[in-house]
Design a protein around this ligand. Sequence first.
Ligand code: GLP
Length: 244
Amino acid sequence: MSIQTKIHDTADLVAQSAAQTIATLIRKKPNAVIGLATGSTPVKTYAELIHLHRENNLSFAKVTTFNLDEYWGLDGDHNQSYRHFMQDLFFNRIDICTWNTHVPNGKAVDPALEGKSFEAQIRASGGVDLWLLGIGHNGHIAFNEPGSTINSRTRQVDLTQTTIEANTRFFQNQDDVPRKAITAGIATILDARQILLLATGSAKANAIKQALQDQPTSQSPASFLQTHANCTFMLDKEAASQIA
Ligand code: GLP
């Protein structure tokens, strides 16, 4: 098994291609279960999907979604919560039913219970058909930081200093960035029938090289995707620039 790579000239073309892949799945299976990601990378893909919804009758009415992660301690109404991000940039602009959208609850009383319940909801939905991913500078996927194991499941995690720094741009100052998150695990992601990881820009080039070329290792959580039978990395030229 190996990861397929598709390299496009620009980030816009990556987004168009990713959106077409998702749209093709939904047209074939209107009640598809789709895993989603936050971060800046997939924003253009969501914009393309909104465009396909408005201009090409792509309907999400029967689609179910699961998001990878949520900051621990932030309510879904908080303007930096991942629930808010998804509502604002995607869900509120398409015909999806909010009750079919799932984001881990960052304010759950018991994180272990929330993790189990999230996994149970994925199982009850029939499993994820396609999970869209981004990648962190240190090779993290969702909030599975280096050190995460291939068997990990949805759980509470500590964020690394580099991730906190990378995410500071979205907050007033670094002290406001949550130190913990609740995240789908590596095994949760690997259960998806198809995985599509997007990376754009030279800042991701080293993480992409390690994910593709290192032996699967906890030090580069994205490298565990090599063990999946149907995983594609969609990259722009900059993100692909260190691939041998
Ligand atoms: C956060 C998210 C990840 C995302 C990463 C990269 O850490 N939890 O799911 O892949 O950011 O974000 P960006 O696309 O903004 O570089």
